[in-house]
Design a protein around this ligand. Structure first.
Ligand code: AMP
Ligand code: GLY
Length: 431
């Protein structure tokens, strides 16, 4: 069986790694992959965003499954294009991917489905947005409507920051067409968590919870990044919240999409703020989270492939398809010097094999490439050093032991991944 994984980051390495270990022993291809995916897959020199070239390859090679990692090809309609050729694809149609591609659309779905989320208004006119802001005051959150590579959200403590954000998005069009409209929404307080759910358009199977670490420095200081680490499970998602998240978030959102003629298949990622009023949705993604996936997939005991195939085929997904280990998992991202600002590429990386041989550890590559047979840096987030442990403390210790063995010029990483899990344990919370 041939499987095509679209993408070349840490999430895709984790997906390719998990699928390569499946009992059906499939042959994995990655487009474009990275220096890590070559150990479990064949890399194809095709960009994840080049839908026509991906389709050409798939037409010629007929993969039984294509798993799409990033949002860009999904928003561009890769699932529709593949389905049109009878090629099974894990990931929603272009219409379904709008749940991530347009924050105004996502908000409209949530409002129609009564999903708990921050109150918001959508604007296309900056004068109207500014006068609304001045009436409501700060704190407030301003969000560009479209895809803005994680940079389109402004959490504003002061009114002046929010006014500047409106100008940046609507007047200066710093995000291009993604900033043709924006949302002004209430600031929510609480602790964030990520919960993903698989769906074949009928059944919903929730994955283990996780928590991302978006800021570059320890103690959540410094600028936002694509994610500096993740761990699973996230104790903030207590057992009593599971049925609530299913019935107040996933079920109504998927039903509202279906009511609009959109049968959503693939994975739906809910970014939640868990505060005094219970879980509220901050955002939806139409794909697996990165780096949450690196911390969630190693916790799956046995095969993932049957569940992904059921989603792609639009039927047959059942709750018992995924079995979970009790172990905790931690992924520590090692980034290139300067990231999330300007950073160098092409620096040699050493110690990868030693890191991989630490008990419970797996090094997922993100921004890496092969140069003359050697692994070198090729992106801002270079590696996701991941480890399972019998509890969070052991997983953290193993992950950092492995991190300590990897070297490249300018490498930096957070030293406090999973700190909120420990804070909760220390307070006697539900871990
Ligand atoms: P988003 O891309 O919508 O998840 O936003 C990025 C980040 O901005 C989130 O992970 C939160 O940390 C923060 N954020 C977004 N919306 C809100 C909100 N309404 N209140 C507080 N923080 C928010
Ligand atoms: N970790 C956040 C995301 O994947 O968007």
């Amino acid at each position: 069986m041939k499987i095509l994984v679209v993408g070349g980051g840490g999430r895709e390495h984790a997906l390719a790694w998990k699928l390569a270990g499946d009992s059906a022993r499939p042959e994995i291809f990655c487009a474009p992959g990275n220096a890590g995916t070559v150990n479990v897959a064949t890399n194809l020199p095709v960009s994840a965003e080049d839908v026509p070239a991906l389709l050409d390859w798939a037409r010629a090679n007929r993969p039984e499954l294509t798993v799409v990692g990033p949002e860009a090809p999904l928003c561009a309609g890769i699932a529709d294009a593949f389905a049109g050729e009878g090629l099974p694809v894990f990931g929603p149609s272009r219409a379904g991917a709008r749940i991530e591609g347009s924050k105004a659309f996502a908000k409209a779905i949530m409002q129609a489905a009564n999903v708990p989320t921050a109150k918001a208004r959508t604007f296309t006119d900056s004068a109207a947005a500014l006068s609304h802001l001045r009436e409501r005051g700060a704190p407030v959150v301003v969000k560009a409507d479209g895809l803005a590579a994680g940079k389109g959200v402004f959490v504003c403590r002061e009114l002046a920051e929010a006014e500047a954000a409106v100008k940046t998005v609507l007047d200066d069009r710093c995000f291009g067409e993604a900033g043709g409209s924006l949302l002004v929404e209430d600031f929510l307080d609480g602790e964030e968590a990520s919960v993903m759910a698989l769906t074949d358009g009928r059944e919903i199977v929730m994955l283990a919870s996780a928590q991302d670490h978006k800021r570059v420095h320890d103690c959540d200081q410094g600028p936002n990044t694509g994610g500096m680490g993740a761990y699973s499970p996230a104790p903030v998602v207590t057992a009593d919240l599971w049925p609530v998240i299913r019935s107040l978030v996933f079920e109504p959102v998927l039903a509202e999409l279906a009511r609009r003629g959109i049968v959503y298949r693939g994975v739906l990622y809910a970014g939640l703020m868990i505060g005094a009023k219970g879980p509220m949705v901050l955002e939806f993604n139409c794909r697996f989270g990165d780096p949450e996936t690196q911390a969630v997939l190693p916790r799956i005991e046995g095969d993932l492939l049957p569940a992904l195939l059921a989603c792609a085929n639009g039927s047959g997904l059942t709750q018992d398809m995924l079995r979970w280990r009790r172990d905790a998992c931690v992924c520590v991202v090692m980034a290139a010097g300067g990231y999330p600002g300007k950073y160098a590429k092409g620096d040699p990386i050493t110690g990868l094999e030693a890191a991989d041989s630490v008990g419970g550890a797996t090094v997922f590559h993100a921004g890496t490439a092969l140069a003359g047979g050697k692994v070198v840096t090729a992106g801002g987030r270079v590696l996701g050093v991941t480890a399972l442990g019998s509890g969070m403390a052991q997983a953290v210790a193993r992950a950092y032991e492995a991190v300590g063995l990897v070297k490249f010029s300018g490498a930096h990483f957070r030293k406090d991944i999973a700190h909120r899990a420990f804070a909760r344990e220390n307070k006697g919370g539900n871990a």
